[in-house]
Write a protein that binds this ligand. Structure first.
Ligand code: PMP
Length: 428
């Protein structure tokens, strides 16, 4: 008998690249929010390829834009003018909550955060970064150092010196018992002390995800980032909003997660869903920050014609179909449904998130002890019932529910029925 695809995967790919499920799944085709597996089964896709399938599978307008460009020219490089790249930069600059914005394109979220670190470390002449506990910023040398989840972090050999501040993840914070205003004040005071006591006196940047993604969709209290920004402004520390997961309206706000907090960062990073899953990333920064480095044209394929033509079509699609409003409405519907399930399910510790970034934290009933095995069972049972969801969290115990922004109310109802049945079976 010939080896299975999973056997071949394990033979040549790293041991740490783990597939979901004991019986791993290949997705071979998709349409809208439905995908077909190599097992011939059809599934409702409520994870969207790690939040990158932004508007759904096989959307004709998007496929046509990609094919049109592929038939003209694949690649020219950043040494030449690329019309679709300039158009995309104009669109993003007009929408990002950054003053005097300039845009630089790369190919992934990790590269985008690296680019933001390059800008801020150069501008501030410092390698000291403040990141948040529970953060995820990528798998490259600098971004992994800034990642505040045990098991993902670097070995301490990074050129960056990173310190981790408490995040807005109240459910698992030592300040979590405090009312929101006092919680935020405690985090603000801690940040101020960290800056005051930093060894060089100069901090390159403060980096935060408006809604922590891999960390389990923790969204801080409403005034959290406004208070942090007051401190950062007082000490002239640039704020980088990492919008790799929360960008393009998934949280139900017009374009970026940080807009929920009324804060204008000095830089923001984006990737994942902008080209509906095709490799793209970038950074938007204030012109003074962007232009502080002197190297020229430093990403061969960054902003390439195919990725940027596709991304232009994605933004047009989001706007012409009012998908941010849809993310907000269906996100509220899903959240209400999940809260109703939680009321009768002791396995659920907390339901949280924003828009279509919803997290369900699973715990041992009656405690706050993480229940990662239960999360694995829920994922497997949901798959058996025809629903794909994700997981995350500091212990892998948070269900992540992130359908494409085109998801309908009927599909949300269908997913809630499956989740309600699965969660009640698993908790009994
Ligand atoms: N930042 C955040 C907030 C992310 O969620 C991710 C990816 N999960 C990254 C950066 C890194 O992006 P990529 O995997 O495209 O390198």
């Amino acid at each position: 008998t010939s080896p299975s695809l999973h056997d071949r995967h394990q033979a040549v790919m790293p041991a740490w690249m783990r597939c979901y499920y004991g019986n791993p799944l290949e997705l071979v085709s998709g349409s809208g929010r439905r995908v077909t597996g190599g097992d011939g089964e059809r599934y409702l896709d409520f994870f969207g390829g790690l939040l990158a399938t932004m508007v759904g599978h096989d959307i004709p307008e998007i496929t046509e834009a990609l094919q049109r460009q592929a038939g003209r020219i694949f690649h020219s490089s950043t040494l030449y003018l690329i019309r679709s790249q300039v158009e995309l930069a104009e669109k993003i600059a007009a929408r990002a909550p950054v003053d005097d914005p300039k845009v630089f394109f790369v190919n992934s979220g990790s590269e985008a955060v690296e680019a933001a670190f390059l800008l801020t470390t150069t501008a501030q002449r410092s390698n000291q970064v403040i990141a948040l506990r529970g953060s995820y910023h990528g798998r490259s040398f600098g971004t992994v150092a800034a990642t505040g989840i045990r098991g993902w972090s670097a070995t301490g050999l990074s050129p960056l010196q990173v310190t981790y501040a408490h995040s807005g993840y109240k459910y698992r914070s030592p300040f979590g018992h405090l009312p929101d205003a006092e919680f935020t004040a405690a985090c603000r005071d801690e940040l101020e002390t960290m800056i005051e006591t930093s060894t060089s006196g100069e901090i390159a940047c403060y980096i935060a995800e408006p809604v922590q993604g891999a960390g389990g969709f923790a969204n801080p209290p409403d005034d959290f980032f406004r208070e942090m920004k007051t401190v950062l402004d007082r000490y002239d520390v640039p704020f980088i909003s990492d919008e790799v997961q929360s960008g393009w309206g998934r949280t139900g706000r017009s374009y970026f997660g940080i807009e929920h907090y009324g804060v204008r960062p000095q830089a923001l990073t984006f990737a994942k869903g902008l080209a509906n899953g095709l490799a793209i990333g970038g950074v938007v920064a204030e012109a003074g920050l962007m232009d502080c480095v002197s190297a020229n044209s430093i990403s061969t394929a960054g902003g390439n014609p195919i990725a940027t033509s596709t991304a232009n079509a994605v933004i047009d699609y989001i706007e012409s179909h009012e998908l941010q409003a849809n993310a907000d409405a269906v996100g509220r519907q899903l959240r209400r449904g999940l809260e109703a399930i939680a009321a009768g399910c002791p396995l659920i510790g907390e339901v949280r998130g924003a828009g279509l970034m919803l997290g369900v934290e699973l715990v041992e009933p009656g405690t706050r002890t993480a229940a990662p095995a239960a999360a694995d069972t829920v994922l497997a049972e949901a798959r058996a019932a025809g629903l794909l969801i994700g997981k995350g969290g500091l212990s892998g115990n948070v269900l992540r529910i992130t359908p494409p922004m085109t998801v309908t109310a009927d599909e949300a109802r269908e997913a809630l029925v499956i989740l309600g049945e699965v969660l009640s079976t698993v908790s009994n």
